[in-house]
Design a protein around this ligand. Structure first.
Ligand SMILES: CC(C)(COP(=O)(O)OP(=O)(O)OC[C@H]1O[C@@H](n2cnc3c(N)ncnc32)[C@H](O)[C@@H]1OP(=O)(O)O)[C@@H](O)C(=O)NCCC(=O)NCCS
Length: 438
């Protein structure tokens, strides 16, 4: 849980203080898929390990799943959203091109003092975001960062393409990364990329290269395209390598690891990594059978389930390792710092949180309404007369209020400091622009 904040100049670490997940209710089994495409349960299980996946309903989206996971994570951390400094959403299926999904989440949870942005690094996105959160916390630029992996991949899948539609599912997972003084948390990360493999896993249409058009849609370029065999080969090589690199960077041995949480893309890829790393298979957490590949949500979802299953204890050394579109890969070496995490939070805290989120909603609506009606009520900018005067005064007041809602992270200078001397002025130029000699 998020504890007291360590001083900026002492030892400072970044630990996971809260976690949460959200998946859609709708379950689509292999048998369900076999009714619409030429596939069968036996092929899917033997080639991927997937038995079923979750698919977002009409009213669900990357944003709504992200908010649900975020609320759970904040509850576990016991952290008021207003104490967040940063919200990062790792996703390849954002709500919109812009605004970022992170900004929508920031508004929905009432994280009034947080910066927010999306991060796109394929299925490695969550580990990339975790690395950024840890860096921000360790450097002192943030105390608490909300990291979310949220995806609705089923929205960009061609449901008639059996090569890809059996693999993916929807969901979200979130963690709160908080500053702490004890040596624990995210101890090392490695990030990698190889853009030469960008075409192996791609949504070719809809971006600036091929903007939306009837022809683009007729070709089906708005859907995910994948060279399964090449991606498999890449993943099976890079996953053990990234795991070893993170362990090495943290100064640990592979044998120190009590748990590895790999990106859940294919059970066979995980099996290949197990063989390559020569570790007992029970050190790997696998839940792909129930969710399929949820891209950047897969690792935080697996983390939540591993914690719920009692597989994570204080002092445990773990690795989170992901790979995906880009091509990208990433691994984080994490020493678990939270004592006995499984105690449920008291019921009334849920109610307090509900009230907070209700008020966050009211705040959001109030701001939108104010923005909508301000010009109409106050009159246009630069107008003359009483209305113009009133508008100017109100504009100044709004600016003042906006300024006062910025939380300052800069320490205030001590009052006893002498006033700085006035800046030296250069002698004026003569009529020809030359500076006269001193
Ligand atoms: C996609 C993947 C499961 C395919 O497994 P594979 O063993 O490589 O299978 P192949 O592509 O060689 O296809 C073998 C046969 O199965 C068929 N097949 C493919 N999908 C099928 C399905 N859902 N049901 C039944 N048959 C299928 C192919 O058409 C092919 O038939 P053919 O030999 O008559 O042409 C595998 O390549 C993989 O997991 N790749 C990595 C994908 C991934 O993880 N992507 C996300 C990364 S973040």
């Amino acid at each position: 849980m998020a504890g007291s904040i360590p001083p900026l100049h002492g030892p400072r670490y970044a630990q996971i203080s809260g976690w949460g997940m959200a998946v859609p209710e709708k379950v689509v089994s292999n048998a369900d898929l076999a009714r619409t495409v030429d596939t069968n349960d036996e092929w899917i299980v033997s080639h991927t390990g997937i038995k079923e996946r979750r698919v977002a309903g009409d009213k669900e989206s990357t944003f709504s799943l992200a908010v649900r996971a975020a609320r759970e994570a904040l509850l576990v951390a016991g952290l008021q959203p207003s104490r967040l400094d940063l919200v990062i959403v790792a996703t390849v299926t954002p709500e919109y091109f812009f605004p970022s999904t992170a900004c929508l989440v920031q508004d929905a949870i009432g994280a009034a003092f947080a910066g927010a942005y999306d991060l796109s690094a394929g299925c490695s996105g969550f580990v990339y975001a975790l690395n950024q959160a840890a860096s921000a916390v360790r450097s002192g630029s943030a105390e608490h960062v909300l990291v979310i992996g949220s995806e609705t991949l089923t929205r960009i899948i061609d449901w008639s393409d059996r090569n890809s539609c059996v693999l993916f599912g929807d969901g979200a997972g979130a963690v709160v990364v908080s500053a702490c003084a004890e040596r624990c948390g995210i101890m090392a990360s490695v990030l990698g990329s190889d853009g030469s493999g960008g075409d192996l896993l791609i949504v070719p249409g809809g971006g600036s290269r091929t903007p939306p058009s009837h022809e683009m849609v007729d070709r089906g370029d708005q859907f995910l395209k994948m060279n399964g065999r090449e991606v498999y080969r890449f993943a099976a090589t890079v996953m053990p390598r990234a795991t070893e690199a993170a362990v090495h960077k943290a100064g640990w041995q592979l044998a120190d690891l009590s748990l590895i949480i790999p990106h859940q893309a294919n059970a066979r890829i995980i099996d290949a990594a197990i063989k390559r790393l020569n570790l007992p298979s029970d050190r790997f957490f696998i839940n792909i059978d129930r969710y399929g590949n949820t891209s950047s949500a897969s690792i935080p979802i697996a983390l939540c389930e591993a914690i719920a299953a009692g597989r994570v204890n204080q002092g445990d050394r773990m690795v989170f390792v992901g790979f995906g579109a880009g091509l990208t890969w990433a691994a984080a070496a994490v020493e678990w710092g939270v004592p006995e995490p499984t105690k449920p939070r008291p019921w009334y805290l849920r109610w307090v949180a509900e009230i907070w989120y209700f008020l966050a909603g009211v705040r959001s609506v109030a701001r939108r309404t104010e923005r909508h009606f301000y010009d109409r009520v106050m009159g246009p900018e630069g107008a003359d007369g009483v209305r113009g005067e009133l508008r100017q005064r109100t504009d100044r007041l709004r600016l003042k209020i906006a300024g006062s809602t910025q939380r300052s992270t800069q320490p205030k200078p001590p009052k006893s400091l002498p006033a700085p001397p006035p800046p030296k002025q250069d002698p004026p130029n003569d009529d020809h622009g030359n500076t006269p000699p001193k």
